[in-house]
Design a protein around this ligand. Structure first.
Ligand code: UGA
Length: 435
């Protein structure tokens, strides 16, 4: 099938490349000239494991093209995916201006095709877009939300739990089913529904997962206070198949470009509909406070005074496996510690652009040099290489031998035996030297 993607951000690029690898003829459009000329030379603007290989393969097979011109992207397209950003406005609402602008542009260059909104948009947006379409062009709107995780996007694309399609009629649904034919053959569940339900499914999924994380983070705090073991607690609840083990890892709070934005937008949307959503507001509040609460605990470790303490922070991205630092709790914690007087050195294997957000900290080029002469080491992102730290060297180098593991990834027993003061999340001091 001939498919166009408008917007080569994270979702557009991953979906475009992967759909071309499924055999579709894909054209990706972006208004950013540099991005497009880089993509034409196989240079990806994001770090996503495995994606470069699929891109090279599709380029070699002539299955994917990149352009800045609507006329080129849309000529002959049967299905046009809209994959532009819907960032948060300062009010918390989603900024839909890019989506509306793109759909308006499409009406100038395309007819007789299906416009599929993949961008995350508040319920009701697709109906509005559909009503606004010129009646003479035989264009229709559909919704096909995305569930890819950064860092695992290729894997998630290839093995979806389900595919959600929201349409206004059967013809549109059948066209979208044709796009996903290979998955349907493999038995992947398709949830076919109306536009508003598809839009709400996306917000509900992200909000529910965010709630799970906020819930376990607060249970971790309680466990710490009462001496319960958080790992065993998670095993104890997660083995209940109604709860499940996933998304129950406590940490410094959820970040990234999706959860914080989407839960705020859903909360605003519920309010606009005068529908109570007390639970979601509690999740927003809980996650907002998390970096402050953890930073206060860290400062307490230094008897309330962190002035001139040299702190090394390992990990700047909002999670491992990505170069994305948007809404990263690591960045928030660094800002708070720095404002309290600490001297910060940071190391991250992938983070780009951190220097713009945090210009006055030191960045170490290597993991080994990052902690030389530090008073404490904080693990803020769960990069697997942090588990391979040379603990003997670390013990020699740290002046106060304090490790604060905000991701619970280090071998607690081994570190405590070595003489470190090891603080993790959700386990009490006498058990594992907990925060
Ligand atoms: C999330 C969803 O998982 C995807 O399904 C969705 O497509 C995407 O948003 C989106 O809307 O585009 P992503 O933002 O890439 O994906 O990241 P996640 O892996 O979901 O992690 C989000 C945050 O939660 C991270 O800060 C992570 O560290 C944190 N997290 C996750 C925890 O603190 N504990 C967990 O158990 C899991």
């Amino acid at each position: 099938m001939k498919i166009a993607f408008i917007g080569t951000g994270y979702v557009g690029l991953v979906s475009g490349v992967m759909m071309s690898s499924m055999g579709h003829d894909v054209v990706c459009l972006d208004i950013d000239n540099t991005k497009i000329s880089n993509l034409k030379q196989n240079i990806l603007p994001i770090y996503e494991p495995g994606l470069d290989g699929y891109l090279k393969e599709s380029v070699a097979k002539n299955k994917i093209k990149f352009t800045t011109e609507y006329s080129k992207a849309l000529s002959n397209a049967e299905v046009i995916f809209v994959t532009v950003g819907t960032p948060s406005l300062s009010s918390g609402d989603a900024d839909l201006s890019y989506v509306f602008k793109v759909v308006d542009n499409i009406t100038k260059f395309a007819s007789n095709c299906l416009i599929v909104i993949k961008s995350t948009v508040p319920p009701g947006t697709c109906n509005k877009l559909n009503e606004n379409l010129p009646k003479n062009l035989n264009l229709k709107i559909a919704s096909n939300p995305e569930f890819l995780r950064e860092g695992y996007a290729v894997q998630d694309f290839l093995n979806p739990d389900r595919i959600v399609i929201g349409t206004i009629d059967e013809e549109s649904a059948n066209l979208l089913k044709e796009v996903y034919k290979l998955f349907i053959k493999r038995g992947v569940s398709i949830v076919s529904t109306n536009l508003i339900t598809a839009e709400l499914i996306k917000y509900t999924s992200n909000s529910f997962l965010a709630a799970k994380i906020a819930f376990i983070n607060e249970i971790a705090d309680l466990s710490e206070k009462v001496g319960a073991n958080i790992d065993q607690l998670i095993e104890g609840i997660g083995l209940d198949s109604r709860i499940g083990q996933k998304f129950l890892t406590p940490g410094p709070g959820f970040g990234g470009s999706c959860f914080p934005k989407d839960i705020n937008a859903l909360s605003k949307f519920a309010k606009s509909q005068k529908s109570d959503f007390f639970l979601l507001d509690a999740v927003i509040n809980s996650n907002y406070k998390r970096p402050y609460n953890l930073s206060n605990k860290i400062i307490k470790l230094f008897n309330g005074n962190i002035d001139n303490k040299k702190i090394t922070v390992l990990g700047l991205t909002f999670k491992a496996g990505t170069d994305d630092i948007r809404n990263s709790p690591a960045i928030e914690i660094i800002k708070i510690l720095k404002n309290s007087g600490a001297i910060i050195t940071a190391f991250d294997p992938k983070a780009k652009d951190a220097i713009e957000l945090l210009p006055d900290i030191k960045y170490s080029g290597t993991l080994e040099q990052s902690y030389l002469g530090a008073d404490a080491l904080i693990i803020a992102t769960e990069w697997p290489q942090f588990q391979d730290l040379d603990f003997d060297k670390l013990y020699e180098e740290l002046s106060t031998k304090i490790i604060i593991d905000l991701r619970n990834i280090l071998p607690s027993k081994q570190l405590i035996k070595k003489g470190f003061k090891y603080y993790s999340i959700g386990t009490r001091l006498e058990q594992a030297s907990s925060l």
